[in-house]
Design a protein around this ligand. Structure first.
Ligand SMILES: [Zn+2]
Length: 253
């Protein structure tokens, strides 16, 4: 134990720990920067233009926090600077948020959005898969029959020199196999335009799977948007109850 703590001290001296949100020393995420992650999740699909569908209700999307301020910095440290020491924190945060979602009766497939192999290599882990695993554990702890189903694959557009918008147009998301559960909850780290969630949802629904909602850690907001806290949550609860009721196999609670 002495050696372990010495090794930790040496490691800390070499790579000082700093709060991923505000940069405060000797803490991974200070209390103040951690606080927003324990609020109830909020609905955010209205801010994701690619989720809007003609004559269809957009996929309900919950996010733990808006992608702004110290939360944005913490996410960037985690995703872009491979702060693997933050994995347990973000897993705990999304797990708790999952418990605040409306209940779905019957079995639920927790489906992570697919990651590109390049991103997994760079980060040393598959972030959506990591989060989906935490969501599954949390739902199961709440007596919901949830299974982890990484059934989606992503194929990148083939032109490396194309603009990122063009590259995205030629990217496809496909189903590797059909999940066993009839309903799915999609999980991703960050939602921006909603294009990934829309394609993931389409791939599942084409196979007859009802995608009831998506849950993300953070959601980019259009410039200038400030939603009153809690507003999306209460209205969202009713809408999802309606969606589930229409299918006849589940009820909102
Ligand atoms: Zn901080």
């Amino acid at each position: 134990m002495v050696f372990a703590s010495m090794a930790r001290d040496v490691a800390r001296a070499l790579v000082p720990v700093a709060c991923a949100g505000c940069g405060a020393r000797d803490v991974r995420l200070c209390e103040e920067c951690a606080a927003p992650w324990w609020e109830d999740p909020q609905r955010c699909e209205a801010d994701a233009p690619r989720l809007a569908r003609e004559e269809r209700v957009a996929l309900p999307v919950w996010t733990v926090v808006p992608l702004e301020g110290v939360a944005h910095r913490a996410i960037s440290e985690w995703k872009d600077r491979a702060r693997r020491d933050l994995d347990p924190f973000f897993c705990a945060a999304i797990g708790r948020a999952a418990q605040a979602l409306p209940r779905v009766a019957g079995d639920v497939a927790v489906v992570p959005c697919p990651s590109r192999p390049r991103s997994v290599r760079r980060r040393g882990t598959d972030l959506p898969l990591l989060l989906a695993s935490a969501v599954r554990r949390s739902l199961a702890a709440g007596a919901i029959a949830a299974s982890l189903e990484p059934v989606l694959s992503i194929r990148a557009g083939d032109s490396r020199r194309a603009s990122s918008a063009r590259r995205w147009e030629t990217t496809s998301i496909a189903l590797k196999r059909r999940p066993a559960a009839p309903t799915a909850l999609l999980v991703d780290d960050v939602v921006t335009t909603g294009a990934t969630l829309a394609r993931a949802s389409d791939a599942l629904e084409a196979a007859g799977i009802a995608v009831v909602a998506a849950l993300t850690l953070a959601a980019a907001q259009p410039p200038g948007v400030r939603r009153p806290a809690g507003l999306g949550w209460e209205s969202g609860r009713r809408e999802v109850g309606h969606l589930l009721g229409r299918g006849g196999g589940a009820s909102g609670a």
